[in-house]
Design a protein around this ligand. Structure first.
Ligand code: GUN
Ligand code: ZN
Length: 445
């Protein structure tokens, strides 16, 4: 069985059943037999115990017969947030994982990304990646596209058409000695970034916004970083980039920016470390750098699959938490070989256990904590937690309807399994719907 509900703007639905989400106080809150209301604009108007449904029906003016009840084995959870994914690398996802970062970029990534001048190619790949991530339960994605403005605009349009919330970045880079055909001139990068932002904002997509995207310090001149910092400041937009992913890269940045105290200082000095910045990886950040992240309200996208596949390093999540730096999960396709945040959930737990083997004093991450990272943590990392991340009243109803009782599904549920156990099984064993599992994206409006 596979269900897809389209919630019409004219008929705000009320859902009843089990809801699972994170709150500021609890990594995993389980609400059994609750009822949730959504208004015409898709916002949650109430979430209360099911026994109050008659009173709620009177107060809120709905008919109890119209309440949609979840079936056995079903629960709602917040849509998952992929805080870092390269839509343009989707063609070779699952391959080309045999080289470390800088060699990998030159050998596989730049030649592929240079093809996105071709809009037909871009449309095909971007349609596939948005469909795939939606099917995997990613209702919000923070995308890197390529240096090509029109193809990047197309990615925004496709995300909007298919109903995904997205931050879309036209990549900026004016240095690329190894693959010189894939780079921009300084002025071109600035002008095209401004055009990208202007044209994307003009579309007034309700859930798709531009994000200022210097690729990383290695491929941007100081002048370009300055210009992008200024564009981000004057527009108030989000910023995304990469930081301290791999030791060779960190050394290179030291050489390229000798006047900066650290990799973090490079972005800070160029106005690119704000409370709307998300930096991917951060495996080799020092405590001093993490303090700067915290002070500036910048966040980290933890990409454990990519960190292992490209042999980059292992992020010490406990240390990030100690420094109170905002953190979400990223697939980092195609450095990561899966476009599923459920995969990132599993890799995050596994890599934290590897750190525990090496440093027994470090507690491994729990499934509840990683559920939080995949949902509320991701929304905080993207500074979207006023709109999504959990089922708080006033937020958008951005949810997955999960059914663990699908015949032939990837997991078995036993009579003694309480919902917390079922959620743990789902996080560890759940599969995408085309493999007989339901992960439902709700559209509204
Ligand atoms: N650093 C700069 N560009 C990239 C990229 O495309 N992928 C990853 N993983 N790291 C990067
Ligand atoms: Zn990346």
């Amino acid at each position: 069985m596979s269900v897809c509900i389209r919630v019409a703007a004219s008929s705000p639905p009320t859902q009843a059943g089990s809801f699972v989400h994170s709150t500021r106080d609890a990594a995993l809150e389980i609400l059994n037999d609750f009822v949730l209301g959504v208004d015409k604009s898709g916002k949650i108007t109430f979430i209360e115990e099911g026994k109050n449904v008659d009173r709620l029906a009177q107060e809120q003016g709905f008919n109890t017969a119209d309440v949609e009840n979840l079936g056995p084995g079903e629960f709602f959870m917040p849509g998952m947030v992929d805080t870092h994914i390269h839509a343009s690398q989707y063609t070779y996802m699952g391959t080309a994982l045999d080289l470390p970062l800088l060699q990998w970029l030159n050998t596989y990534t730049f030649p592929v990304e240079s093809r996105y001048r071709d809009l037909k190619f871009a449309r095909d790949v971007y349609t596939k990646v948005v469909k795939r991530t939606l099917r995997n339960g990613t209702t919000t994605a923070c995308y890197f596209a390529t240096i090509h403005t029109d193809a990047s605009l197309l990615l925004g349009q496709i995300a909007d058409d298919l109903g995904q919330r997205a931050l879309v970045g036209k990549v900026c880079m004016d240095i690329n000695p190894m693959v010189p055909q894939y780079k921009e001139l300084l002025d071109e990068s600035k002008d095209e970034t401004l055009r990208f932002i202007r044209e994307l904002l003009q579309k007034k997509y309700p859930r798709v916004k531009p994000v200022v995207t210097p690729r990383f310090a290695v491929s941007c001149s100081s002048s370009l970083l300055d210009a992008l910092g200024e564009i981000a400041r004057s527009s108030g937009l989000h910023i995304q980039s990469h930081i301290s992913e791999n030791k060779e890269e960190v050394e290179l940045v030291k050489q390229l920016f000798p006047d900066c105290l650290s990799y973090t200082d490079v972005y800070l000095k160029h106005g690119l470390l704000t409370d709307k910045t998300v930096m991917a990886h951060g495996c080799h950040l020092t405590d001093e750098e993490l303090k700067i992240f915290h002070k500036n309200g910048a966040s980290i996208s933890h990409c454990p699959s990519s960190n292992i596949s490209l042999m980059s390093g292992i992020l010490n999540v406990r240390n990030v938490q100690k420094h109170k730096v905002k953190l979400g999960l990223g697939t980092d396709v195609a450095g990561g070989y899966s476009a599923s945040i459920l995969d990132a959930v599993r890799r995050a737990i596994d890599t934290s256990k590897v750190l525990t083997i090496e440093h027994p004093q470090l507690r491994p991450l729990t499934f509840e904590e990683v559920f939080w990272l995949a949902t509320l943590g991701g929304s905080e990392a993207l500074s979207l937690d006023d709109r999504i991340g959990n089922f708080e009243v006033g937020k958008d109803f951005d949810a997955l309807r999960v059914n663990v009782s699908v015949p032939g599904g990837p997991l078995d549920v036993f009579p003694e399994d309480v919902l917390k156990v079922i959620v743990e099984k789902f996080l560890n064993l759940g599969k995408t719907p085309w493999l007989s599992f339901i992960s439902l994206f709700l559209q509204y409006g």
